[in-house]
Design a protein around this ligand. Structure first.
Ligand SMILES: [Zn+2]
Length: 498
């Protein structure tokens, strides 16, 4: 049944799926009926790669995107200061002097005018450039006589020699390093904001990639405070295996520790993904495996023995080669996967097919590799052909699931689906809408061994749905990202309503 008219939910699970006539008799006195007026209901989206605490940290920052003048920047800062204790730091990001009607860079005095006593640091929209106020300069000890740090510039007024407040590159760290680490309570609050944003994007389940024990404590606190509106499959770093209890205070349906991540290499964009041949634009580097294939296999054995899913971060072809070898060594003992898998070759594609591996892929990272990090020059055209070869992987029957790597890339699954369906580079690798949707539903559920309870709208499964303003199958591929999320429903409860 590819399409239905109505669905009945009871006790958090799907009771029946069918036509309006079939479902109507199930409406009782206490039933809440939600009429959608022709909107589209999909299985709740599952994002297989999110860093919740890091996303939360970023959300705490003052958002200056789209600000059209220094005056507007001042008023946003003023608004934030009303809610900020005296003396506390304000960190922001997103200004662009190219948009300012004043046609000049902001300076310390612009910020001082509204923020005389709180230290303030506001980053440019991209890259390490910021403007700080006088209080921040004072705390960092930056004066007229402070020399530029190596690899950075302290802008100074040509007449007075006083710092203007604009800092570039390494000089930004002089101030940023003075900001105290957020307290645990602040991180919990920030992560609470993050999960709210996540459900607003139509995501009802996430694979939460933890970076430290703090992530686990935050998750437990959110659960305790009943501030977890979605389901979490947590993946812990290998360093925590054996150091944290695996099930304490976690509720099975809502949160569990499922996997352990081992990092085999770095990132293509920074030239640290491990390649068989050097990068095309720099013959001296080819990335590095962060562990030998033998070490990777030994680690894999330990994780499998602990009864958890092995998640190997492997982006470059050499790292994927090592990851597939490690997966082969533990074949038949659980369901494991390669995360961030990006650069393939014909041999790797064949092995991925033969081993029936699960690949967690980030379509928006892929789009950035081509459009922002110039994959064609970075890898050469021949190799770049097999960068994110999603259609080929689907044709080979490999289970490909989708993640965002938020906050490194935007959270929006519809934007990711559009980029997989309408990709510009090597369009022969474009997916159909149906395939791209599978990445965020059934395939993602399979990736965490939850396909019997999640990923499709079937009787008996958890009642997790994403309601969209339009059917992605029925709009032009380049319009998919414009579809709005109307509702997010988890266990039959509306957790987000536009
Ligand atoms: Zn990540």
């Amino acid at each position: 049944m590819p399409c239905a008219e109505a669905v009945a939910v009871k006790d958090g699970r799907i009771l029946k799926v069918g036509t309006n006539a079939e479902i109507r008799p199930l409406i009782g006195k206490n039933t809440r009926v939600v009429r959608l007026g022709g909107k589209t209901v999909l299985p709740g989206f599952i994002d297989t790669h999110v860093h919740v605490v890091d996303f939360g940290r970023l959300l705490m920052w003052l958002d200056l995107a789209g600000v059209g003048s220094i005056k507007e920047m001042q008023s946003r800062l003023k608004e934030r200061l009303v809610k900020t204790a005296v003396g506390k730091w304000v960190v922001g990001r997103g200004w662009d002097d190219g948009r300012f009607v004043e046609k000049r860079l902001p300076n310390r005095f612009d910020l001082d005018a509204v923020a005389p006593s709180n230290p303030v640091i506001l980053y440019y929209q991209c890259g390490p450039v910021c403007v700080v106020n006088s209080r921040a300069l004072e705390l960092a000890g930056i004066t007229k006589t402070t020399p530029n740090p190596s690899g950075g510039t302290i802008d100074k007024d040509p007449k007075t020699g006083e710092p203007s407040g604009v800092l570039r590159d390494a000089a930004t760290d002089l101030v940023f390093s003075k900001i105290p680490e957020p307290t645990f309570e602040e991180l919990v609050e920030a992560s609470g904001l993050a999960v709210e944003k996540i459900v607003a994007a139509g995501i009802t389940s996430i694979h939460w990639l933890a970076t430290s024990q703090v992530d686990l404590a935050v998750l437990q606190t959110l659960l305790k405070k009943k501030q977890l509106p979605l389901r979490v499959y947590m993946v812990i770093p290998f360093g925590l295996l054996g150091k944290v209890p695996l099930d304490e205070n976690l509720h099975d349906d809502f949160a569990k520790i499922g996997g352990v991540e081992v990092v085999a290499d770095g990132y293509l964009s920074s030239g640290t993904a491990a390649l068989f041949e050097p990068y095309a634009d720099d013959s001296k580097i080819n990335g590095k495996l962060l562990c030998t294939p033998a070490e990777l296999e030994a680690t894999a054995q330990k994780i499998v023995k602990a009864g958890l899913q092995l998640v190997i971060h492997a982006m470059g072809d050499k790292a994927i080669d090592a990851a597939l070898a490690a997966l082969e060594a533990v074949e038949g003992q659980g369901r494991h996967r390669v995360d961030q898998a990006a650069l393939f070759n014909k041999d790797l594609l064949q092995r991925a097919q033969k081993q029936k591996v699960i690949l967690s892929v980030q379509p928006l990272v892929g789009a950035s590799e081509f459009s922002v990090y110039s994959a064609l020059e970075h890898l050469g055209k021949k190799r770049a052909r097999w960068l994110y070869p999603l259609k080929t992987l689907f044709k080979k029957g490999v289970c490909v699931c989708g993640g965002s790597d938020c906050p490194m890339e935007p959270l929006n699954p519809l934007q990711a689906i559009q980029s997989a369906v309408a990709r510009e580079f090597f369009p022969e690798e474009q997916l159909t809408v149906d395939e791209a949707l599978r990445m965020y539903t059934v395939n993602a559920a399979y990736a965490s061994s939850e396909e019997t309870v999640k990923g499709s709208i079937e009787e008996g499964k958890l009642a997790d749905f994403t309601v969209l303003s339009k059917n992605p199958h029925k709009v032009a591929p380049t319009k998919i990202r414009g579809i709005r999320v109307e509702l997010a429903i988890v266990g039959g409860k509306i957790v987000y309503q536009r």
